[in-house]
Design a protein around this ligand. Structure first.
Ligand code: NOJ
Length: 557
């Protein structure tokens, strides 16, 4: 195994710049704001920052619709601000990984503006255009953001493909010119000195030959496009070309976001001999506890079943061991807050639950990702009214399921949004208990979670028993342990519905991780008294006893 890869030893901190720190009072987080917070990220112990898109964009999907790949969104600052951020980060020993969004562009991108002008425009073939079939869309694919994936364009009488929103037309990767454009964009940023890319939905770039219909969900109008498009016929080839023409020339870190991918896919793209990507973001564990009605997909408020969660995470841990590399994450800008979804955000338990979840994930094999505010135990915002939501995925889903198709009632959908909406992750970072949590001196672009008066960085930084201090310790433990980085993984209690216990093994050392996922007092005997306690989220160790959301890690030599 190549054990010198720095990205295997790193911990990544994800910054959603819009919600991190505003520096100029316009209510929107920006690059100078983030630069001013670099010492905080360094203090936490992270090695790499994954920066969500900061490129010029009409912001229909908060930056995931890029109109100019080589310029900065004015609300975030200027290219000088970016260069300064990169420089300051490097001075502190922090790396910056950019978001690369090249499955699609914005419909305001120059390429698309040209492409839609006429069928013989030189940019026409940069996108996927098709004639109507019997007066309708060319196939039955349903967009990730609801409705069809096809939008009719009057000018040329053809449909264009958009797997996401209408304002996010898909690039045609079959066209070698498109690929060259993408390689050039990548080189532009790499030559500035950025340290890697998180590649947005990268396993969707190669569309299946002939764009065939997919299987519709029962009673559904559309086919689940992920099932038809993910892992397309030329994906491997495109990624190899990317590696050969660009990535192999730089010492960088890459993670491919891959909805619907399996461990075998991940091995194919991240395998030690494949020369493509370093790791993938898979979706199995965050996709658990969806709705029983398949038409509603992720929209539910069900609690995750621990047996299924363990099965899912353990499958990835064991199948990639020695063959590929995992990314470890509980949440990001597209997921509800960890402690609310997998733990318990009741003030009585949230601190312990946040630490327990952190322990469970950070002791696994892979590169851990911490999403801004997770290190403070930030919770879902639990909005009560639709008007409080901003995210287009949430609003589209409400419109389709409640208003148009009347599949569910308003109150149930509001409960589902409160449990699962992406907006839960996007409320501004909670820095202190001053007005607007220290995020902005102006009017914040998005309502804050009112619990910032209790959950905030200032309260936690100096407090040795805070979630922040605990995450710091978890990260420090990883940095100093080959066992935590490279050890083999074994799940010890697949049938236990309350506790998650696993072992890691490396040379002669063993790590035992025990986490109580309930609010109950339990007893479990794993001979823990023979080991040395490395970290735990209660002040004392009561050996076989497990208190609510207790988590402990023991070392055996
Ligand atoms: C995945 C991104 O994480 C999400 O925020 C975005 O909406 C879609 N890809 C489309 O780019």
């Amino acid at each position: 195994m190549a054990e010198n890869d720095w990205w295997k030893k790193s911990v990544v901190y994800q910054v959603y710049p819009r919600s991190y720190q505003d520096s100029n009072g316009d209510g929107i987080g920006d690059l100078p704001g983030l630069t001013s917070r670099l010492p905080y990220i360094k203090d936490l112990g992270a090695d790499v920052i994954w920066l969500n898109p900061i490129y010029k964009s009409p912001d229909k999907d908060n930056g995931y619709d890029i109109s100019d790949y080589r310029n900065i969104q004015p609300a975030y600052g200027t290219m000088d601000d970016f260069d300064n951020l990169l420089q300051e980060a490097h001075v502190l020993g922090l790396k910056i990984m950019m978001d690369l969004v090249v499955n699609h562009t914005s419909d305001q991108n120059k390429w698309f503006q040209e492409s839609k002008k006429s069928k013989d425009n030189r940019y026409r073939d940069y996108y996927v255009w098709r004639d109507p079939v019997d007066g309708h869309a060319p196939n039955n694919w349903g967009s990730y953001f609801n409705g069809s994936t096809w939008k009719f364009d009057e000018t040329t009488g053809q449909y264009y493909l958009h797997l996401f929103a209408e304002g996010q037309p898909d690039l045609n990767w079959e066209n070698p010119q498109v690929r060259d454009e993408v390689w050039n964009v990548m080189k532009f940023w790499l030559d500035k000195g950025v340290d890697g890319f998180r590649m947005d939905v990268i396993n969707l770039i190669s569309k299946p030959t002939g764009l065939p219909d997919g299987q519709k969900a029962p009673d559904g109008k559309y086919a689940d496009v992920g099932k038809v498009v993910a892992d397309g016929p030329r994906l491997n080839e495109f990624l190899q070309e990317m590696n050969q023409k660009v990535l192999s020339k730089y010492d960088v870190m890459t993670v491919g976001e891959m909805p619907d991918s399996t461990p075998d896919d991940a091995i194919k793209y991240t395998g030690l001999d494949s020369h493509e990507l370093n790791m993938v973001f898979q979706f199995d564990h965050v996709g658990l506890a969806g709705n029983d009605d398949p038409r509603l997909g992720k929209w539910s408020d069900k609690k995750v079943n621990l047996v299924e969660l363990k099965q899912s995470l353990s499958k990835w841990e064991t199948e990639l061991n020695g063959k590929g590399w995992n990314s470890l994450y509980w949440n990001n800008h597209d997921q509800p807050r960890t402690v609310s979804k997998f733990g318990n955000d009741d003030p009585k338990y949230r601190d312990k639950a946040a630490k327990m979840l952190g322990t469970t994930l950070h002791m696994m094999q892979g590169t851990p990702y911490v999403y801004e505010g997770e290190e403070l135990g930030m919770t879902n915002v639990h909005y009560k009214k639709l008007s409080q939501y901003e995210d287009l995925e949430s609003l589209n889903a409400y419109r389709e399921f409640v208003d148009d198709e009347k599949i569910i009632d308003k109150d149930s959908m509001l409960k589902y949004l409160s449990a699962r909406s992406r907006d839960n992750a996007r409320t501004p970072m909670q820095w202190d208990n001053n007005k607007n949590a220290g995020f902005t001196s102006g009017k914040p672009w998005f309502e804050l979670n009112p619990n910032y008066t209790e959950i905030n960085a200032r309260n936690q930084i100096e407090n040795q028993s805070s979630v922040f201090a605990y995450y710091k310790k978890l990260i420090e433990l990883r940095h100093n342990s080959d066992l935590i980085i490279y050890g083999d993984y074994e799940l010890l209690d697949p049938e236990d519905e309350e506790v998650f216990t696993y072992k890691r093994r490396y040379n002669d050392e063993t790590l035992l991780v025990i986490s109580n996922f309930t609010d109950k007092e339990l007893t479990r005997d794993y001979n823990q008294s023979a080991g040395k306690l490395l970290i735990g989220n209660y002040d004392d160790d009561r050996n076989m006893e497990l208190r609510p959301y207790e988590s402990k890690v023991y070392l055996f030599k």
